[in-house]
Ligand binder design. Structure first.
Ligand code: DGL
Length: 260
């Protein structure tokens, strides 16, 4: 059976990319809810409905576990989904814990995510537990999701948007920038330019995939498949030559971003 990976759009490919490195013999079903992207500016109830529909679709196709490779959908829906379905459902949350643990004296941590992720209870509870010295700053960057969906990763408009959003902050004060939205991984080169080299860029893909590996192992669910991926966009199979060329381009971009 396949591993399901879900996102509102192309952000979850960062997790799929990592999963294909760590678990290359598994087969995957990647589901992007492109009819409804971006999620980050929507209401929680609406997102829960969309993700529930997607999960039912993936279950009908036969998946043994799913990663909600979207911090926003995780914040909005994961508890309800776990109460409705019995397969392992893994989510993503901004990797604040490791960032704070590595915090340097006098330095701060910035968490960039969608507006919904930043305002939801899940992150508030996490901050309450780990941000003991109030060194974490929150930065919503909803436009980055739109840029990413247009495959606009390095344009002057991207640079201008990020420069403007970061203007109120002093980049040299940050020991870490947490990428709390899977779409933001496509912009690591620009972030690396806007922050000093001492600022670590932290995303949750590796941790999430390692966690998946542990869960599959514990449940005796690891398989030797052929490493195939089927892509779907809001329930429609995405297998035209143009679709596959787009996914190849995006994987190449993610391969480049592994350097940062
Ligand atoms: N990729 C998603 C995340 O990790 C959200 C993008 C969106 O706003 O749809 O939060």
């Amino acid at each position: 059976m396949k591993i399901g990976i879900f996102d509102s759009g192309i952000g979850g490919l960062t997790v799929l990319h990592q999963a294909m490195i760590t678990l290359p013999e598994e087969d995957y079903l990647y589901y992007a809810d492109t009819d409804h992207v971006p999620y980050g500016i929507r209401q929680k109830e609406e997102i829960l409905e969309f993700v529930d529909d997607a999960l039912r679709f993936m279950l009908e196709k036969g998946i043994k576990a799913v990663i909600i490779a979207c911090n926003t959908a995780t914040s909005a829906a994961i508890q309800t989904l776990r109460s409705r379905y019995t397969i392992p459902i893994l989510g993503m949350e901004p990797a604040v814990k490791p960032a704070v643990a590595r915090e340097e004296e006098g330095k701060r941590v910035m968490v960039a995510a969608t507006p919904l992720t930043l305002r939801e209870e899940k992150l508030r509870n996490l901050l309450h537990q780990v941000d003991k010295h109030h060194t974490v700053d929150l930065l919503p960057l909803p436009e980055l999701v739109r840029f990413a969906e247009r495959e606009e990763f390095t344009s002057p408009a991207v640079e201008e948007y990020l420069t403007q959003e970061l203007a109120p902050y002093r980049a040299e004060e940050y020991s870490a920038l947490v990428l709390g939205c899977t779409h933001f991984n496509y912009f690591k080169d620009t972030f690396a330019r806007l922050f000093p080299s001492s600022t670590e860029l932290i995303d949750g893909s590796v941790g999430t995939v390692n966690h998946l590996q542990d869960i599959l192992q514990a449940g005796n669910l690891l398989e030797h498949g052929s490493g195939c991926v089927e892509y779907y966009r809001s329930g429609r199979k995405a297998d035209s030559p143009a679709d596959l060329a787009r996914y190849r381009r995006l994987h190449l971009r993610l391969e480049e971003m592994l350097r940062f």
